[in-house]
Write a protein that binds this ligand. Structure first.
Ligand code: ADP
Ligand code: ZN
Length: 442
């Protein structure tokens, strides 16, 4: 499968709506949302304080009068204080995967679930999925929105779902070998893990018959995409979402793969400077902030995602008119401040993948033994490149160190380890171990 041979299909005509028409629709939906969230004490109080009513929303820019909603606000109203419908109308409850603490719960009405499946179907079709395909889902099924979200999205496309769920990689490979699905859905790190275990077991992952991969739920780089595509012989697509906003389906790539189209008929996006909270210009990185426009059970206004990305509103050859967001560089809470320099784990990944012989399996360990931060990056060497010759390993170490210095501006200690030495996860990869947090320094 090559990018050039991929046909551009549009699942929902709303994806190509003229921007002016969409802005009008957004405004109407924003007013409806402002009216609806008056059932939520958090918003009722904020609106009373700021004098906000549905009619105050004269243009989407008026949204800026509404205060932000944060993860801490959701925690303060744990478990379901943001519910905007009676409990009897709730059809399903999910939770964030709890990557950064206690899970937060989110709720859906039957209409929300229908909407969600349709949004997932949009990016799946944009990324090559067709009704005749079979789709292997290796995301966790549970409170995490990845498994169920994609599951119903695939069904909406009309394709056949194999709900394998995550874990037991050897079994995944057996099922892939036997059922020969065209599409794989999971986290990018797990896709690579599947390829690696297959190879180790004597199965060529390129011969599994996979054509497309839809990956998300964690940050990954362009080089990682290339590596996954080579390993599995597929076209890999990025999709983004978070449980608070709906789950996967907030945005996803089209056949041009030049950013993820945001489903702007259902979400208003803003990008702000995470410190000043002022809007940043298109093209500039900042924190993504979303407002849901059509969700019933759990509408959120100006939710701060803590995810760093930039926006582009230039036109896309695919015909979709929604703004595109860049890859997510990382979360503000994953950003490491090392001796005053800001570093995202994805930058370390970018550097590693530029060096021949390294595998994109790494763990960043940060500590402050005295007064200075120290970073040790544990890096796996690829099977053919791991050697007991000191000189070869030393030269590899130097090349990696140089790349990391160029990309991040910091110098790190490197610990090269044998293939498979670092722990694998079936879901979101754990990339950082920050001892400063345990010690209470941060
Ligand atoms: P948790 O906050 O517990 O991880 P979720 O399961 O809702 O909760 O995960 C959503 C988060 O996953 C997003 O806020 C973002 O940080 C990350 N994420 C999702 N998709 C992507 C993607 N394509 N690229 C980078 N990060 C992503
Ligand atoms: Zn496009």
């Amino acid at each position: 499968m090559t990018e050039a041979s991929l046909e551009n299909r549009i699942f929902d005509p709303a994806e190509t709506m003229p921007p002016a028409e969409r802005r009008a629709l957004q405004l109407q939906r924003l007013r409806e949302t402002v009216a609806r969230v008056a059932n939520v004490p958090f918003y009722r109080e904020a609106f009373a304080r700021e004098g906000i009513r549905p009619e105050s929303m004269g243009s989407p820019a008026d949204l800026r009068r509404v205060p932000f909603t944060t993860k801490a606000d959701l925690r303060d109203h744990y478990p379901l204080g943001f519910l905007a419908v009676p409990r009897s109308e709730v059809a399903r409850i999910h939770g964030s995967s709890g990557t950064t603490g206690k899970p937060t719960f989110v709720a859906y009405t039957a209409a929300d679930l229908k909407l969600w499946a349709g949004l997932c179907a949009r990016f799946l079709v944009a990324g090559g999925m067709r009704p005749e395909h079979t789709v292997h889902i290796a995301f966790g099924y549970g409170l995490f929105t990845g498994g169920f979200g994609l599951h119903y999205g695939v069904e909406r496309v009309g394709a056949a779902v194999v709900p394998v769920a995550s874990g037991n990689t050897r079994r995944q490979i057996m099922i892939l070998t036997d059922l020969r699905p065209e599409v794989l859905v999971c986290t990018p790190s797990y896709a690579l893990n599947i390829a690696e275990v297959a190879r180790a077991d004597g199965v060529d992952p390129r011969c599994l018959g996979l054509k497309f991969g839809h990956f998300g739920a964690e940050p990954w780089t362009e080089d990682m995409r290339k590596r996954i595509e080579e390993e599995l012989g597929i076209l890999a697509f990025n999709n983004y979402g978070l449980s608070e906003i709906i789950g996967p389906g907030v945005s996803g790539e089209c056949c041009c793969r030049n950013g993820m189209h945001i489903q702007e008929d259902h979400f208003i996006v803003e990008v702000v400077d995470p410190q000043s909270l002022e809007p940043v210009a298109d093209g500039e990185p900042g924190e993504l902030v979303f407002t849901t426009l059509t969700k019933q059970a759990f509408p959120l206004l100006r939710y701060r995602t803590r995810d760093i990305a930039s926006l582009s509103r230039s036109s896309c050859p695919c015909g979709r008119t929604g703004a595109r967001m860049s890859r997510v560089a990382g979360r503000t809470d994953d950003m490491l401040i090392i001796r005053g320099v800001n570093v995202f784990p994805s930058q370390i990944e970018e550097a590693l993948l530029r060096v021949e012989g390294t595998a994109p399996h790494y763990l960043i360990e940060v500590d402050r033994p005295g007064t200075l931060d120290e970073v040790t990056v544990h890096v796996e060497v690829r099977p053919g490149d791991f050697s007991d010759k000191m000189r070869e390993m030393e030269s590899l170490r130097q090349r990696i160190g140089r790349e990391i210095q160029i990309v991040t501006g910091i110098s790190v200690k490197l610990n090269l380890v044998a293939p498979q030495a670092l722990e694998r996860t079936a879901g979101k990869a754990k990339r950082v171990l920050d001892h400063r947090k345990e010690k209470g320094i941060l």
